[in-house]
Ligand binder design. Sequence first.
Ligand code: UDP
Length: 312
Amino acid sequence: MPRALITGGAGFLGSHLCELFLDRGHEVICMDNLITGSTANIQHLFGRNGFTFVKYDVTNFVHCEGPLDYVLHFASPASPIDYLEKPIQTLKVGSLGTHKTLGLAKDKKARYLLASTSEVYGDPLVHPQKEDYWGNVNPVGPRGVYDEAKRFAEAMTMAYHRFHHVDTRIVRIFNTYGERMRVNDGRVVPAFISQALRNEPMTVFGDGSQTRSFCYVSDLVEGIYRLLMSNETTPVNIGNPSEMTVLQFAEEIKRLTGTKAPIEFRPLPEDDPKIRRPDITKAKKLLGWEPKVPLEVGLQRTIDYFRKVLLD
Ligand code: UDP
């Protein structure tokens, strides 16, 4: 059985990855310090053959008994509100955490995959975003703690690849949604769905003309798995290129939930990117991957999930 260590394994994406790896015959060590992750996300995995959970902060030296074939570094606060509230932890897990997990991969001769982000493109001046765009990031703005930590993490990963010959992969993840997002993480998907289900005002930031492109989680983890199993060592965008404005997105949630909630406009957060859409030509060509789940189908599943969570 191949053995994978997944940091941030009790988070939204991490928990879906743990599940996919178990389904595909891997042993999984899920590591998480639970500051934004939750054991509720992995409860259903505890009884499964080959699954282990370790509560640990990966900014410290990471020790792992036995061989490892894969190390996937997914630990990080990932919503703008989380990294505004936890700026130092965000910087540390992206820098120190990447260093420690790369060191572990080197020691175990394991293949390494870094979870990077569309935030490395900042408030982009090129549209859609291709992997060869270097980005437009404000290093000293409130989002800088996440953006720069991930940019440093990419640089560190490439340095371990070039200097220590660690077999590395970098995925740049665009907006993703689905079951197990936290109701209160502040991101637009849980915010709008929970507001709609409670018939509370739906808070559109700015005039809602900024765009995002939303990918359903099952499509995303499939793309990540294919990237890990490929030979591509340069960054690859994984996301859904179907783009819409935040206001259109609010209208779509209104339609799907049938809510009577009004839309209310709030100030646009500082440095909020005005446009975002992945160019996925590289993933299509190299991995034969593209998203399959239509927005309406993915949102319906996510709405059903939030309905249950809000009832508890
Ligand atoms: N947004 C919004 N209302 C909310 C939360 C977010 O209008 O209650 C907007 C936010 O300003 C941004 C977009 O939705 O333009 C996506 O925000 P999110 O926090 O999900 O992640 P981001 O893509 O900015 O990292």
